[in-house]
Design a binder for this molecule. Structure first.
Ligand code: ATP
Ligand code: MG
Length: 335
């Protein structure tokens, strides 16, 4: 595969900046959309508090990590002391409450890997998933959001990568491809690896934010307003970064031996994590370490078939970024 590794990128790459930036602008949600999401959260909070006065609701996922598209579902985490009540009981109760308030398509999925209640707000048309006490998701949402505040190029790259993944059908975890969360981590890691680097490794810096969630210690530097010029030494534009991202995953990543790790800001070895063999359903064919749950490989959904699909898509994207006269169309062609 390495023979395809191009030594330099196309010389007209800067021409692609304007269209890629225009695409990025078109993908970010408007203030109006953000406001609607906040209103829905307030509505839900009021309903929930009538039953459980001490419960709190948090947004997580793409509506709170700054990598969300306008039409994204709203992910909500209900935090409460369950005592000896079963989660499923709370979910069924929630479903009843929401239904009697005229929310639509209310469904309690009590047996899912992450049990949730789904609903749709008929006023705004926004769909919403509510889970219970999934604090780690709230914390990793904050981490992604904090990284996004350091250098605008992270959001630019990640929106384009997510848009590509959705267009090409490789953002479907139940089909063995990667979650949006995994793609954003891949982007963060890629920008940490640039030389000069565009993003720091927040978990290797002085600890200003600390929380323990079910024995998992989450600690990092979150005063990112102090890092506004961090990436200034690196002048790469979004087009070069998109080119570089796909080039990396198509021709440079060592799938057999390496794990990408945002936590360490570097590459670590599969051997060190004992991710070299299949254990149960975890095949570790592409390894992306969760920044906090370090035993968790976000690539574990990927199987023998979908790894081929993914790598072919990375190669297709890399070839398009290198040779195609009109990459901003070809890259996102529906599959
Ligand atoms: P989309 O725009 O596709 O909805 P999203 O940012 O909401 O994107 P998801 O992959 O749906 O991304 O994940 C929602 C949130 O759930 C993530 O931001 C993350 O906090 C958490 N999450 C998702 N998958 C995992 C996982 N495998 N391990 C830990 N947390 C996860
Ligand atoms: Mg989501």
């Amino acid at each position: 595969r390495n023979h395809k590794r191009h030594t330099t990128c196309r010389n007209d790459i800067t021409m692609l900046n304007a269209p890629l930036l225009a695409l990025f602008e078109s993908l970010i949600p408007s203030d109006e959309e953000k406001l609607k999401q906040k209103q829905l959260l307030t509505l839900l909070e009021n309903l929930v508090r009538k039953e459980w006065p001490n419960a709190r609701l948090f947004l997580y996922g793409s509506c709170a990590n700054s990598f969300g598209f306008p039409k994204s579902d709203v992910d909500v985490c209900l935090q409460m002391d369950l005592g000896d009540i079963e989660k499923s009981e709370v979910l069924l109760k929630l479903a009843k409450i929401f239904e009697s308030d005229n929310l639509q398509n209310v469904q309690a999925l009590t047996r899912a890997r992450v049990p949730i209640v789904k609903l749709m707000d008929p006023v705004t048309g926004i769909s919403c998933d509510i889970c219970i006490n999934n604090v780690l998701a709230v914390v990793n949402t904050k981490l992604l959001h904090d990284y996004a505040r350091i250098d605008v190029r992270l959001r630019q790259l990640a929106f384009i990568v997510k848009h590509w993944a959705k267009s090409r059908g490789v953002n479907v975890t139940y089909q063995g491809t990667l979650s949006s969360y995994a793609y954003v981590l891949m982007c963060i890691h890629f920008l940490q690896q640039r030389r000069p680097s565009i993003l720091p490794c927040l978990q290797r810096m002085q600890v200003t934010y600390y929380i323990t969630v079910e024995d998992v210690e989450c600690a990092y530097f979150d005063q990112v307003e102090k890092l506004q010029n961090f990436g200034a030494q690196n002048r790469e534009s979004v087009a070069q970064l998109v080119w570089g991202f796909f080039h990396y995953w198509a021709y440079c990543h060592d799938y057999a031996n390496d794990v990408i790790s945002v936590r360490t800001g570097s590459m670590i070895s599969k051997r060190g994590k004992d991710w070299t063999r299949r254990v149960g359903n975890d095949r570790h064919l592409i390894c992306i370490e969760d920044p906090f749950e370090v035993s968790h490989d976000l690539g574990r959904v990927v199987d023998k078939h979908s790894i081929r699909v993914l790598r072919e898509e990375f190669e297709r994207a890399a070839e398009i970024m290198q040779y195609d006269p009109n990459p901003c169309v070809s890259l996102f062609e529906p599959y």
